[in-house]
Design a protein. Structure first.
Length: 337
């Protein structure tokens, strides 16, 4: 883990936009894999990074990134330099890795316009398959903000993660699903360790990232009249793995038999933490964040994106990116979800 601030001293807490009480948080899988690793035509890495810096980054206060790999590339350094010019003077990133480390960095970054009062990180047990190479894990930043009219600053506790991926069709009994839930159990243990040390009562906690857990149930609600899955109408129900993810992250654990008759791991935490899926609660459905489709006027289905997404994943309609929120009771900080 690397942390930095652009000035020698620690400045006074920045202030949220007057009257809003809202911290603008973005989570984004950047798909900036190391050189020579690409899907199509180099994945347009430099063009996408330039677009992100020019058009996306200025609109947010705290930016949480996944697959922003530093290994054998200068793109992360270029992003950090551009972010500083745009007012993101504080950051925490995955620890740099070298050839002799037998693996690449975790690809995580948290960029903040506001001072970062504390940081921490955790590296998960190694993934399986292609994921073995990336040192995936979780980053933490204690972000100090001042709400309009408040006498003193408060803190928002920001986490971002990237977990074990699945490739092709997913069944909950697959080994990669179990490894993913094991990593999420490690995430919960990290929360148990970090929050008592750094969090005051009432301060909000935000969990972001590409969890690689598809929360959509993928059952058509009107199969007689609609032959294709719809983003909103068919995304209301939560998949078994989506429910398991929330149960593991909150510390409740799961029925071990969910992962197969021989599994004995329940992934239960020592304590529990209440979490809310902000996108599902706000929208009323799990939005597609990977492999979305376009349906023309004749009902023909085609992939929405084919430049970066592999053909086998181009129409899967998965919801795998999350912003989870913890703040029991009414917030005393004035910061809204």
């Amino acid at each position: 883990m690397t942390t930095a601030t652009a000035d020698a001293g620690r400045p006074a807490a920045a202030q949220l936009a007057p009257g809003t009480g809202r911290l603008r948080v973005l989570t984004q899988n950047m798909y900036m894999r190391p050189p020579l690793v690409h899907s199509n035509k180099g994945d347009w890495k430099d063009a996408r990074l330039d677009f992100f810096i020019d058009r996306i980054l200025p609109n947010y206060d705290v930016v949480c990134l996944q697959e922003m790999f530093e290994y054998a590339s200068s793109r992360r350094s270029r992003l950090l330099a551009a972010a500083e010019r745009l007012g993101f003077r504080h950051y925490v990133v995955s620890e740099r890795k070298f050839l002799w480390d037998v693996g690449i960095d975790g690809g995580l970054a948290i960029l903040s316009r506001f001072p970062v009062a504390a940081t921490d990180s955790f590296e998960y047990q190694r993934g399986i398959g292609p994921d073995w190479m990336a040192r995936k894990g979780v980053l933490y930043a204690k972000v100090e903000v001042r709400v309009d009219g408040a006498a003193a600053p408060t803190h928002v506790h920001v986490f971002t993660t990237h977990t074990q991926a699945s490739y092709g069709e997913v069944f909950i009994t697959q080994p990669d699903v179990k490894r993913r839930l094991a990593q999420l159990h490690e995430f919960h243990s990290f929360l148990e360790a970090v929050l008592p040390r750094h969090r005051a009562a009432g301060e909000p906690v935000v969990l972001t990232g590409d969890f690689n857990v598809d929360s959509r149930d993928h059952r058509l609600t009107d199969p007689e009249h609609v032959r294709h899955e719809r983003d909103a109408e068919d995304g209301v129900a939560t998949s078994d793995e989506g429910k398991a993810m929330m149960d593991v992250l909150q510390g409740h654990g799961i029925d071990p038999k969910l992962l197969g008759p021989d599994n004995t791991d329940a992934f239960k935490g020592r304590t529990t933490i209440e979490l809310h899926d902000t996108l599902h609660e706000r929208l009323g459905y799990h939005p597609v964040t990977f492999g979305n489709i376009v349906v023309d006027k004749d009902g023909n289905v085609r992939p929405r994106e084919t430049v970066l997404t592999n053909k086998q994943d181009s129409t899967v309609m998965h919801s795998i990116d999350y912003v989870l929120w913890h703040n029991p009771g009414e917030s005393s900080t004035g910061i809204a979800a």
